[in-house]
Design a binder for this molecule. Sequence first.
Ligand SMILES: [Zn+2]
Ligand SMILES: [Zn+2]
Length: 418
Amino acid sequence: MQAGSLLACQHCDTLHAAVAVEPGGMAKCSRCGYVLFRRSRFSLTFWSAMTASALAVFAIANLFPLVRLTLVGKSLDATFVGALWLTWQQGHYLLSIMTGLVGFWFPLTQLCFLLWALGCLKKSRLPADFSYAMRLYHHVAPWSMVPVLMLAIMVAIVKFAGMALLEPAAGIWAFGVLTFLLTALSRLDSMRLWSYAQEQGLVPIAADTGVPAERLGACHCCGYVQETAGHEAVPCGRCGSRIHKRKPDMGGRVWALLIAAAVVYIPANVLPVMEIRSTLGASAHTILGGVIELWRLGSWDLAVIVFVASVVVPITKLLALAILMLGRRWRGFRVQRQRTRLYELVEFIGQWSMLDVFVVILMTAMANFPGLSQIIAGPGAASFGMVVVLTMLAALSYDPRSGWDQARPGTAEAMGNG
Ligand SMILES: [Zn+2]
Ligand SMILES: [Zn+2]
C-alpha cells in the first residue's frame, strides 16, 4: 500500500491516507478500529510455495481415506468424497451439493485462483481476466469451510469410536495440515492481492483529487476509492465489480433472509438429522439428541463444541443481526463501535454452524456396513444447512457502514477515540 494513497474503511467508510507500515504490521481505522490493511512479512514466492503445497495436501486429503473401519470382519475406507457420493445416492441431493460446494469445490477453486493470481503478480503482468478471477475469488472465499470440516471429522470419529474398530489413515493428517495452510492463506484476500498489484505499479492508485468524501466510495473487492453515483451501481474503474455507496435494499433483503432462516430453523431442530439402522433396530436423532449422545459417551468437551456450533452460534447470529438492524437509528460513537464489534463477531462465527451437517454426512460414509449398521441423513440436516446459508447471506447483505452514517463523520468525539 503506497503511503498517501486513498483508502476507505470497509466498516465505517471513513477515508484515510495510507501510511507506511513495517513488514508484519497493520494499520487500523482511527474511527471504528477495523483493520484497514496488513503488510506481510513474506514474499510472493513464499506465498506461492505455500499455495502449491496446500493444493498437493488437498489432493492427499481427498484421495486417501480418512479412517479405516472394521466391524465383524468387514472393513471399509471412509473418504469425504465418498461421503458426498453416498449422500447423493441416498437421494439427499441438496445436502450433497451444499456440503460438496463448501467442503470441496470452493476450497479447490480458491486455491487454484490464488496460485494463478500469485503467479501473475510474480511475473508483474496482469492478464485481462485477472479482474474476473479476483471477483470470483472474493465471492468464493467466505464459503470455503475446510476448518469446520476438520472439526467435524474429529467429532464423527469420537462418535464412532465405540461402534467399530477405527484406524486413522493418511487423509485425516492431510486435512489437519490443510486446515493450518488454508487459515494462513486466508490472509491473502482479493484486496490484499490487488494491493500487491498496486505496489508493483500495475494498476491505478486512488489519489486525493479534491472530490468531496460523500461522493467517494470504495470497491468491496479491490478497495479502489473512486467517485460513485449516489445509490446507483457503477462498475469499479479498476476491477469491474459493481459498486454502491451503500449495499442496495439492505433492510428488505436482510429481514427477508433472517425471517426465512428463523422459519427453517424450526424443522432443522425438530426433524431428525440422521437415522441409525443396526441389527438392534432403527433410531432417529435430532441435533440436540446428538449432543446428549456425545455427552453420554463421555466426550463432554465435544458435546459442548457441537452444542455451541449448532445451537448457540445460529441463535447468536439471528439475534445479533436483528439487533444490528433494529438499532440502526441509535446514535453515538460508542454504540456504533459496539455495533461494529458485533458485526465482526457475526462474520467470525459465520460458518461454524455447518459443523453438524458435515458430521452427519461423514457418519453416513463411516457406518456404511449394509445389513450390519447404516446411517442415513435425515431431512433435518438439509434444513440446518439452509439455516447456515441463509444467515451467512443475511450477514453478507448487511452493510456495517449504514450505522456509521448516523454518527456524523469526522466529529471531535470520533477523532479523539481513534
Ligand atoms: Zn472504520
Ligand atoms: Zn474494484
